[in-house]
Design a protein around this ligand. Structure first.
Ligand SMILES: CC(C)(COP(=O)(O)OP(=O)(O)OC[C@H]1O[C@@H](n2cnc3c(N)ncnc32)[C@H](O)[C@@H]1OP(=O)(O)O)[C@@H](O)C(=O)NCCC(=O)NCCS
Length: 107
């Protein structure tokens, strides 16, 4: 659920059906089941996203009533390869290794 005054949105992050069970109406039922509690929680809009090249998803969502498609640009950053964040990740890794290290017991 996303609250962005004055609207409350239900956002479906990911939907996937095992290829062996596709085209049996499962995703259709799942989406209906998901929307019900979202409405109870106050949602009046529902957001979904997919790659425009994902024709199965586009063909699934469109007859389901989802419309107004807008294209977004997604950026990503590999934190491990970033000069500063990479050092922070290494620091956190070393710290957790230090914390899990147990000094051998004296006999
Ligand atoms: C998109 C996806 C979730 C659909 O799941 P599904 O259970 O197969 O969908 P349904 O059986 O409920 O389909 C309902 C209707 O949507 C349309 N549809 C679904 N998949 C379709 C496809 N591959 N091609 C064309 N139309 C399709 C059809 O109109 C279908 O009704 P019909 O089978 O009676 O013709 C499934 O293809 C999937 O898991 N894809 C991989 C993951 C993914 O890309 N998820 C979407 C991004 S969030």
């Amino acid at each position: 659920m996303i609250s962005k005054a004055p609207w409350v949105y239900g956002y479906m992050n990911w939907l996937g059906i095992h290829p062996q069970y596709q085209r049996r109406g499962i995703a259709d039922k799942l989406v209906d089941k998901l929307i019900e509690p979202m409405i109870e929680e106050g949602a009046r809009f529902m957001l979904v996203d997919t790659d425009p090249a994902n024709t199965a998803a586009v063909k699934f969502f469109t007859p389901k009533g989802f419309g107004h498609p807008r294209q977004h640009v997604f950026f990503s950053l590999n934190l491990t390869k970033d000069e500063i964040y990479g050092r922070l990740i290494a620091y956190e890794r070393d710290r957790s290794e230090r914390l899990t290290y147990r000094r051998p017991r004296r006999r």
